[in-house]
Ligand binder design. Structure first.
Ligand SMILES: Cc1cc2nc3c(=O)[nH]c(=O)nc-3n(C[C@H](O)[C@H](O)[C@H](O)COP(=O)(O)OP(=O)(O)OC[C@H]3O[C@@H](n4cnc5c(N)ncnc54)[C@H](O)[C@@H]3O)c2cc1C
Length: 466
């Protein structure tokens, strides 16, 4: 039976990165993936296809709504959904081949099939009727997550869509309901809204993207409404009827208890994702789980079997591709005897709408929950020269610092290119900078990033441009 130093199960951004790092460190490495293309959720049905469609729909929307202001005149501007879908597929397949190539380059053995633990050192690989078994000194579980359905509304990917189905619709629906106004819901909802769908959100909580800083999510909601997105907040879906290719949802307002119905061509259910461990046979080898259904790990990513590790969406923490990849690198290094450290506080998260939303560190509410005394600085993009030049004046930068020490606690951006700007903020948080240190840095002029400097100055009531 073939034996490896490391066998990774799952080839998402956690698994494939772990495999590459393990191989770089000289470990004989294999990766088992049940799907033919490598890359997991992120590459095949997540980050990459959604950003491809977000970009195309955003360009279309901008030409239509902002072109004239910039002196760009178009006649009969339209879009071709099938070409957008082809672009989505070609971007994905390019990266699928890229990971294949990286595996070959790093001499990683790739097994196509479902990996299942036979013992803490043996893994069965099932492909159709065939099963083979390999041995591993160390196993990394990186099997990711799956979308959660509503109990009374199973996904059919035609009328009742998960994010996977919503990325590959055959046509743009005239009407779409999105249940859940979290990150994935607002991203995919805004793709279709920009292309002409009437999009209605139904959100159980009283604000959208509830993990974001409250001021950010309130501003963001107002901006998204100008795009035409409609939000029914504090609303619970209690039932559904599908008839004649349409869906009707029964909804109850959580505050007034008023009952309403909403109808659309399709409904996208984005109420969250859950760890995916089906088929791994974890009970058989005695791997402990958390009450939330995640694989329980210690601070070295070890499960209750010390040679079996778990990373990414399968374990606790934000379900983010870059978090999974950092854990993939760290776990490979731990197996090789190194002592890596991940700074979870400095992991940014982003919503890739237009404008974007990006954050790193604590929200104001989180800081207050830790009994930290805070001071804040806010700078609006409408007073930023670059934002005015490019007609992207929506949003602001909000900086939260400790009231006594001035140490940066959180930086939140609603605005164009927030996803790129947040990288420098993550460095500042990681380096434990103070607001004044950030304010004293020179930022190139004219750039959107100057709003970060001004927000840091605002913490000290010293803004120059507002
Ligand atoms: C629509 C959407 C958009 C997203 N956008 C972003 C974004 O912009 N930025 C971001 O950071 N995150 C984003 N995410 C989240 C991101 O995709 C996940 O956090 C990330 O993919 C998790 O990586 P992972 O390696 O843990 O697992 P996954 O990427 O889920 O990969 C797990 C892999 O394991 C395989 N597998 C499962 N069980 C077995 C088995 N028994 N044997 C063999 N193989 C198995 C699966 O087939 C899969 O390929 C998005 C997610 C979605 C759905």
């Amino acid at each position: 039976m073939e034996e490896f130093d490391v066998v990774v199960i799952g080839s998402g951004p956690g698994g494939y990165v772990a495999a590459i790092r393990a191989a770089q460190l000289g470990l004989k490495t294999a990766c088992i993936e049940k799907d033919a293309p490598l890359g997991g959720t992120c590459l095949n049905v997540g980050c990459i296809p959604s950003k491809t469609l977000l970009h195309a729909s955003e360009e279309y929307w901008k030409f239509r709504t902002k072109g004239q202001e910039l002196g760009l005149l178009f006649q009969g501007i339209s879009f071709d959904w099938s070409i957008m879908q082809k672009k989505r597929s070609s971007v994905i397949s390019g990266f699928n081949q890229g990971i294949d190539w990286l595996f070959k380059k790093n001499k990683i053995t790739r097994f196509l099939g479902t990996g299942s633990l036979v013992s803490p050192q043996e893994i069965a690989i099932r492909k159709g009727e065939e099963t083979s078994t390999i041995r591993a000194k160390n196993i990394i579980l990186a099997t990711g997550s799956e979308p959660i359905p509503l109990p009374f509304l199973p996904f059919d990917e035609k009328i009742v869509l998960s994010s996977t189905g919503a990325l590959a619709l055959e046509h743009v629906p005239k009407t779409l309901i999105v249940i859940g106004a979290g990150v994935i819901g607002v991203e995919l909802g805004s793709v279709y809204a920009r292309l002409g769908s009437k999009v209605q959100f139904i959100e159980f909580l009283d604000r959208i993207c509830p993990t974001m800083d409250e001021m950010v999510s309130r501003e963001f909601e107002v901006i998204l409404q100008t795009l035409g997105l409609q939000f029914a907040l504090s609303s619970k879906v209690t039932g559904a009827t599908i008839a004649e290719g349409n869906i009707q949802l029964d909804v109850e307002d959580q505050k007034s208890k008023e009952k309403r119905t909403y109808a659309a061509e399709a409904v996208l259910v984005c109420i969250g994702r859950r760890p995916f461990a089906k088929g791994l046979n974890l009970e058989k080898v005695g791997i402990a789980m958390t009450p939330k259904g995640q694989v329980a790990v210690d601070n070295l990513f070890r499960t209750s079997k010390p040679n079996i590790y778990a990373i990414g969406d399968l374990i606790d923490g934000p379900m983010l591709a870059h978090k999974a990849s950092e854990e993939g690198v760290a776990v490979a290094e731990i197996i090789a005897g190194h002592q890596p450290v991940i700074d979870y506080v400095a992991i940014p998260n982003v919503i890739y709408t237009s404008p974007e939303v990006a954050a790193v560190g604590m929200t104001e509410a989180e800081a207050k929950n830790f009994n930290l005394k805070v001071k804040t600085g806010i700078f609006y993009f409408k007073a930023n020269s670059r934002a005015r030049c490019i007609g992207e004046e929506e949003g602001f930068v909000k900086i939260i610092a400790h009231a006594d020490t001035d140490r940066l606690l959180g930086i939140h951006i609603v605005g164009c290119h927030a996803s790129e700007m947040i990288a420098s903020c993550a460095v500042a948080i990681h380096k434990k900078m103070t607001a004044l240190e950030l304010a004293n840095l020179a930022f190139a002029h004219p750039t959107l990033s100057e709003a970060i400097k001004e927000a840091a100055l605002a913490v000290h009531k010293r803004t120059i441009h507002s």
